[in-house]
Write a protein that binds this ligand. Structure first.
Ligand code: SF4
Length: 253
């Protein structure tokens, strides 16, 4: 797996009142460990070398959210096209917020992306307002429109969203929400909230969820995925295809 953040800044990150509380996107930039914008031709060079020398079989490209109506999709689509031009057989997943014009989703597919993640993180509005206050200004209805468009363009089980366990959402409501996503053809990638150094939540001392809670949610969502015949590995590229951050693959999802 080769993973990159093509733009290392995010409009949500600038203020603590809009930043996602688990996020650290700009910390590596501040530490001088990465560049703000990765150029398509450099990514193509790296992807080709990773394919040829390291046997990498999939790539993930994520981005911080930009100010533009495309929310970062324009640069992402250029990056995908460059990588696919250099390594046509390397499947690439893109990750983005719902763009204002949904046809950016079509353009990402046309650029060669195999799968797409549109990550809501939580389905409970109170949890969204507390944990992802900037992203919560994008309504759940808008997320649903974006997911449905993405399923129409990429196909069922080529679209995913993160659902974080440990943000205080009622577990049974979270499971019910995951089932609704599955019915829509969207893979709910259930992962524990992890307190990363540099994040607001870590600063506030918020602990990771208990193993019991994580197991309760993961087992039930894995069961629903299984019943629907949706396996993360079928996405060919992306977080669900890799699965290392989640216990879903071990639970049968
Ligand atoms: S929208 Fe994404 S990149 Fe921006 S603060 Fe939230 S998690 Fe971080």
């Amino acid at each position: 797996m080769l993973a990159t953040t093509v733009v290392q800044t995010c409009i949500r990150y600038a203020s603590e009142s809009t930043r996602c509380r688990f996020c650290t996107i700009e910390e590596s930039l501040r530490a001088g460990a990465t560049t703000q914008v990765k150029r398509p031709e450099r990514l193509a060079e790296v992807a080709e070398a990773a394919w040829r020398l390291d046997g990498v079989t999939q790539m993930v490209m994520t981005t911080g959210t930009s100010n533009g109506a495309d929310r970062g999709a324009k640069h992402l689509s250029r990056c995908v096209a460059a990588v696919r031009g250099a390594v046509p057989l390397l499947p690439v997943q893109v990750q983005i917020e719902p763009p204002e014009q949904l046809d950016w989703i079509d353009r990402l597919r046309a650029a060669g992306a195999a799968a797409i993640g549109i990550h809501v993180e939580a389905l409970d509005e109170r949890v969204r307002a507390r944990w992802t206050p900037g992203k919560a200004t994008v309504s759940l209805e808008r997320y649903e429109q974006a997911w449905r468009r993405a399923v129409a363009v990429f196909g069922p089980n080529r679209v995913s969203t993160y659902l974080l366990v440990g943000l205080g959402e009622d577990p049974d409501e979270l499971i019910a929400g995951a089932r609704r996503l599955i019915a829509m053809g969207v893979y709910p990638f259930v992962v524990p909230y992890r307190p990363l150094d540099g994040s607001l939540a870590s600063r506030d001392g918020i602990p990771a969820p208990s193993p019991e809670l994580l197991e309760h949610v993961t087992r039930r969502v894995a069961g629903a995925l299984n019943a629907a015949g949706m396996r993360g590995s079928d996405q060919t590229a992306g977080c669900a295809a890799c699965g290392a951050c989640s216990a879903l693959p071990q639970a049968g999802g």
